[in-house]
Write a protein that binds this ligand. Structure first.
Ligand code: BTN
Length: 244
């Protein structure tokens, strides 16, 4: 498999997508030292200074049907969380769908972008951002309250390349399970690593807000929540805040 390393890119996601289009094989990994247009979920930007963090994207050509598209992200966050726990020994928990939190502060996130044509996922890019050696001084004011890093958690520096290797190994393993339709194994592991299930959450949807208890995820990766009136709803996309 190929790992392509850059000093600077606009976004490793866009780069991985370009490489797939140029004929690079499924599984191609792009890593960059910095991004000038790092992208977060929901149209946000991802702060991507040089020398500090891991910015990595994996370009793939999945064979799973589009209805399991969300599971690709859940699979990736299970892989990253497992790698972070092993490599840095930090108690990372997952917030649905794909945030990696330590003490309710974000140390990493995943942005999956896909091209779907008819009944097939034509290509997908899983973009992984991990705050590795960023300190509070390195963070802009607006994220200080909500973000953390491995260095902030453990008080030491970590190697971005060794972490990348751990993540790639775990991703390989979990992605193979997804392709082999071992969805339950992935969902069970996601639930074990989840800090969301059982918590009260606020969900901001495009047209309304909900306060509910997160109960589980279903086999397509949707979050099942119980509303205060006792009814259940399934959430596919949206912004989830943990309340208590
Ligand atoms: C989130 O909003 O939580 C997702 C953040 C994903 C950031 C990573 S950094 C590498 C890849 N390239 C990007 O532009 N975004 C992702």
């Amino acid at each position: 498999k190929e790992i392509v390393v850059y000093d600077e890119v606009e976004s490793t996601n866009s780069k991985a997508n370009e490489l797939l289009k140029q004929g690079y094989p499924s599984g191609t990994v792009v890593v960059a030292d910095r991004q000038i247009k790092g992208k977060g979920r929901l149209g946000r930007k991802w702060i991507s200074p040089s020398g500090k963090n891991l910015y990595m994207s994996i370009g793939i050509k999945p064979t799973i049907p589009p209805k399991y598209a969300t599971l690709l992200t859940l699979t990736s966050v299970v892989a990253c969380t497992t790698a972070l726990r092993r490599y840095a020994d930090v108690p990372v928990l997952i917030k649905w769908p794909n945030d990696m939190l330590v003490d309710d502060k974000k140390v990493g996130g995943i942005l999956t972008e896909m091209k779907i044509e008819g009944e097939k996922i034509k290509s997908a890019v899983v973009g992984i951002g991990i705050n590795v050696n960023m300190t509070e001084e390195d963070m802009p004011e607006e994220i200080k309250e909500i973000a953390s890093s491995l260095k902030i958690c453990k008080g030491e520096d970590f190697s971005r390349s060794l972490l990348a290797v751990e993540i790639i190994k775990e991703f390989d393993k979990w992605y193979q399970l997804l392709e082999k339709r071992q969805r339950k194994t992935i969902i069970d592991r996601w639930m074990q690593l989840s800090g969301t299930i059982g918590r009260q959450v606020k969900i901001v949807l495009s047209d309304r807000e909900l306060i509910a208890t997160a109960e589980a995820i279903d086999e397509e990766g949707r979050l099942i929540v119980k509303l205060t009136d006792g009814t259940y709803e399934k959430i596919c996309a949206g912004d989830v805040t943990l309340l208590r």
